[in-house]
Structure formats: C-alpha cells, structure tokens
Write a protein of this length. Structure first.
Length: 202
C-alpha cells in the first residue's frame, strides 16, 4: 500500500463531499470554468509548452490537459490526484495519462514543467507540508513550476481554507531553486497569489 500523508484522508473527505453535492464537475473542485481558465493562463504565462512534458499535481478532472488541448499545443501530460473518483471521471483518452497518488509521499516523475493549482487551499495542508511538496516537485522539474495559494490579503475568510502571508511565500519561492527567475501575480482576483519559478538556462 502506498504511504499517505497526514492530511490525505481529510482532503479526500472534503472533495468527496463536494462530489456528492456537485457531481464530477468544475464546481466540485471549487472553481467555475471562467476563473479556472483564468488561473491556468496565469500559471502557464510565458512558458514554451510546445512538446513539453507537463506534470499536473492535484489534477482533479485533468481540466488543465483539456485547456492545453484547446490551445492547440502538442504536449505530454501526466496528472496525479489524491481522489480516485476524480481520476475515474476523466475521459478515457486523458485518463490513461493520470494516476491516483499522494504527491507528498509518492515518487514523482521528472518533467519540464509542474503545475499545482488549488493544492494548497485547504487548511488540512500545513505550511510545512506545502514546503515539502514544493521542494520535492522542484527537484523533478527541468524548467519550472507554478502554484497558487490564498493570502492573508483575502477580503473574506472561509473556514477550512488556509491563508498565507505573502512575505512567507516570497521567501519560500526564492529558496526553492537556485538562480531561478521568480514571477508573482497577486490580487487576480483579490487575495489570490500565482507563483511561477523558472530555472535560468545555462
């Protein structure tokens, strides 16, 4: 049996409750199609994804893969999610490139770029786990990684979600990859932070 992190059961229970309420939809992930696509565009901004190997951690329904397909990009995709029901809901053509797994404990595949969208929004995932996951992920990325999180600037607080101080995320991002270029977008929308970390060439 694959080892699991301390928050795995709590995260699975949260999303299974949302699946019971919304079905296998974008709403079960806590998004709308519009804000999810806006988030993807910000996370991927500036990356050359032509024939790139893309690792989608916390992939949910593999919506990122379908977003990239809609852009007409040739790419290689690998999705991993903790919730088996999300993986089972993915169209067969993409499902074969996805697997159920705990990204905090499993062996992660190498990739050009890794994306973690919505992974750190729940209070069940501690700042220490966030740092550990990002360190493990950055070690497998040849070119860059991107993630998002909620910040303490958020105008409202929802019980069960985690909010990070921007200065703590800046410090973490600068420590993840030596000689990296860090790009951040804050307040799009208000209280949401996009972080993109790119290895320098050469």
């Amino acid at each position: 049996m694959m080892p699991t992190s301390t928050c795995a059961n709590e995260v699975r229970a949260y999303y299974r409750a949302r699946l019971d309420r919304y079905g296998p939809s974008v709403e079960a992930l806590g998004w709308t199609t519009e804000n999810q696509h806006r988030r993807f565009a910000l996370l991927l901004d500036g990356w050359d994804l032509q024939h790139a190997e893309v690792l989608d951690l916390g992939c949910g329904r593999a919506d990122l893969a379908f977003f990239l397909i809609s852009q007409g990009l040739p790419f290689s995709y690998h999705g991993i999610d903790l919730v088996p029901e999300f993986i089972q809901s993915i169209a067969p053509a993409i499902r074969s490139s996805c697997e159920v797994g705990d990204i905090e404990t499993m062996l992660l595949p190498e990739c050009d770029y890794a994306i973690l969208s919505g992974v750190f929004n729940l209070a069940a995932t501690t700042p220490e786990q966030m740092q550990a996951i990002l360190c493990r992920t950055s070690a497998m990325c040849r070119k860059g990684l991107a993630f998002d999180c909620l910040t303490t600037w958020h105008p409202t607080r929802v019980e069960g979600q985690r909010y990070y101080a921007v200065e703590d995320i800046v410090k973490l991002a600068l420590e993840l990859m030596p000689s990296a270029v860090v790009r951040m977008v804050h307040h799009d929308p208000l209280g949401n932070l996009i972080v993109q970390i790119n290895r320098k060439e050469g």
